[in-house]
Design a binder for this molecule. Sequence first.
Ligand code: ADP
Length: 393
Amino acid sequence: MKILSVNAGSSSLKFTLIELPSREVIASGLFEKIGIDGSCYTIKYNGEKIVKEVELKDHSVAVSKLIEELLANKIVASLDEIEGIGHRILHGGSEFTKSLLLDDSVLERISKYNELGPLHNPANITGVKAFMKVLPNVPNVGVFDTTFHQTMSEEEYLYPVPMEWYTEYGIRKYGFHGTSHRFINKSISEYLNRNDLKVISCHIGNGGSICAINGGNVVDTTMGFTPLAGIMMGTRSGDIDPSIIPFVMKKTGKTAEEVVNDLNKKSGLLGISGISSDSRDVEEAALKGDKRAILAQNMYAQKIANYIAMYNNLLNGADVIVFTAGVGENSKNMRKMIIERIQSLGVKIDDDKNDFRGEFRLISTDDSKIPVYVIPTNEELMIALDTMELISK
Ligand code: ADP
C-alpha cells in the first residue's frame, strides 16, 4: 500500500511517499515558494534528484505537478496506487484527541483552531483542500501535533491563572511535537516489548520539547499554549518571566507582537551566542573558546537536564530516556553535556557507545540507573501509519 505523507506550510509543501507495511520511502520532495516569485520543487527518487523551477500559483498547482511527476517518472503506475494521504496538522485544540479521516465538515471544525496556530493551521488546511481537489477519490487523514498530549490531566495542562482565561479563551497547555513523541514512545515500547514504559522523550531540534509519557499516556510536556514555552531552543527562549514582555516594550517602544517575535526568532542559542541558532555553529565556536557560545551551550544543556530531572520525579522514576531530532540524533557532545547534568539520577553515558550519529542505539553504561537511547524520529512514517490504520477500517 502506498501512502503520501504531507506537511503543507503557507508557501511550501513537503511530501514523502511511503510503501506500507514495508516502511520503504519510495520518493520524497519539497515544493517551495508557492505563490511567490522563484517557486521551485525538488523530488528525490531512486537515488536521483529532480529539480525544477516552475511557477506554482497555489497549492493545487503544486499538487498537480507532484502527480504529474509521480506518473511521468513511473514512481506510480497509476494514481489508484496511492491509497491514502496523511496530513500533518498543527492544532486540534482540546477537541481532537486522535487522528481522523478528513472531510469538509471536519476541516471546518479544525479551522476553529486557526487562531491558536495562525502560521500553520490555515496552511495545513489549504494543503488538504488542494489534495481533495486534485485527487477527489483518495481519502485524507489529519494527524495533529497536539492530540498525543490530550491525555494530560487538568493539573498539568491548566496554568495557575484566572480560571476564566481557560473557560472563556481556551488558554491552557496544548503541547506540540506530539507526532514525534508518539513515534518515539511507540518505537521504544516495541523495541523493549513493553506497553507500560515510563518514557522521557527529548525532541531536541531547532525547536525542542520534552515529554513525560506513562504507558502511552502523556503526563506532561514542555511546550505550552504555544511552542514558545519550555526548554531553550535554537531561536526560542523557552520559559521566561512574562513580566519581561511589558518591561521590554516600555524600554524599546516595541509592540507586544514584536517582543514575542524576538522571543520566538532572536532568542535561545542565537540570542545568547550571538552567532547562530544552528547547534553545529555554536558548538564549533564553543570548541574555539568563544565565551558566549560556551555559555549558550551550557544554558541549553542545563535547561534540558532540569526538565529531565523534573519529569523523572513526575513519573516517579522513568524507565528510559530517549534523545531525538536534529541535535538529539546528531550531537554526541550535547548528549554528553546533558547526561553529565543528570548524574544525580544515576544516569551515566558510555562515551564509546555515544560516538555516532543518526541511528537507533543505546548510549548509557550497563550500570546507568536509567538507560538512555538515541532514536531517529520519523513523523512522516507515523502519519502514514495512522493513515493506513484509518483507511483500512
Ligand atoms: P527542526 O526543528 O527544524 O525540524 P531539526 O530536528 O532538523 O530541526 O534540527 C535542527 C538542529 O539539528 C540544528 O540546530 C542543527 O545544527 C542540528 N544538527 C543537525 N545535524 C547535526 C550534527 N551533525 N551535529 C550537531 N547538530 C546537528
